[in-house]
Design a protein around this ligand. Sequence first.
Ligand SMILES: NC(=O)c1ccc[n+]([C@@H]2O[C@H](COP(=O)([O-])OP(=O)(O)OC[C@H]3O[C@@H](n4cnc5c(N)ncnc54)[C@H](OP(=O)(O)O)[C@@H]3O)[C@@H](O)[C@H]2O)c1
Length: 295
Amino acid sequence: AGEGAAEAAALGLDRDSVVLLVGGARGITARFAATLATASRCRIELLGRTPAPTGPEPASTAAARTPVELRAALAAGPGAPKPAEIDRAARLILAQREITTTLAELTAHGSAARYRSVDFRERDAVLQAVKEIHAEHGRLDGVVFAAGIIEDRLIAEKTPESFQRVYGTKTAGAAALFAALDDLPSAPAFTVLFGSIAAVLGNRGQADYAAANDALETLGARWAARTGNRALTVHWGPWAPSGTHTGMVGAELGREYARRGVRLIDPDEGTAALLRELAWGDPAVRAVVHTASGW
Ligand SMILES: NC(=O)c1ccc[n+]([C@@H]2O[C@H](COP(=O)([O-])OP(=O)(O)OC[C@H]3O[C@@H](n4cnc5c(N)ncnc54)[C@H](OP(=O)(O)O)[C@@H]3O)[C@@H](O)[C@H]2O)c1
């Protein structure tokens, strides 16, 4: 095992351990999955909304590397697709490419890894998936819940439906996860919830997202108090994108943070910091803020 081996050992993670990461096939959580793989070579179960890739990409799009090239290739395809269909198809292809890359990275680090599509706003599907994963391996050693979406708008321009999508993804998703964990014969040694600094300090256009992450911490703390299990919410500052794992901080948001003088978390340091927190931090602590600079 590579870097982080001492932390993994302190957490009791080894090749036989099973860690489930919700939202772990993409973005910053895929980076943390890679850190777990390097440190312990544990089995990794990834869940997300995107349908699992079913095979190699068609030749008509496989050569298109940038989003612009991809849209052009799709527009040239049969049936004269509408712009909205092209955008949807391009987003799906890029998401599935990222999932494929994550699985290849985890395998290269020595972990057995699998992805399956589960929408965490669908409670029954969550209960079923977690039960199946536990039954298949006979154990579940750690869980990371990182599902989240943003639809940033000022409150006056926000619709109740949009608020519910952002808020419900975190709160209904986490509630379903805790219900699923309650049904298992034994709880994982750690459960980590990915929150946001927006919950702690607020952020323009993110009233829904800030409320969601604040509620996420409360749900985790209540579950921990009720069950005696460890649940830690990490309220992250913004991360720098890395490779295919861009995460939520796109180019526009990145420029806005630069304008405000907010530094972005280096992904290597962010993942190492979380592993250190889990290994050496006080298990009774329910929330931490990890950020690269002020806000
Ligand atoms: N990046 C940052 O700087 C940053 C900062 C603070 C907090 N965070 C938190 O960290 C987490 C990951 O963010 P990210 O930047 O890596 O964004 P991301 O790349 O957009 O990843 C979000 C993940 O959540 C999944 N997801 C969304 N809705 C879901 C649902 N209903 N059911 C199951 N999975 C769902 C997505 O899967 P699909 O794409 O397949 O739908 C995706 O894998 C989020 O919770 C976010 O709030 C990120």
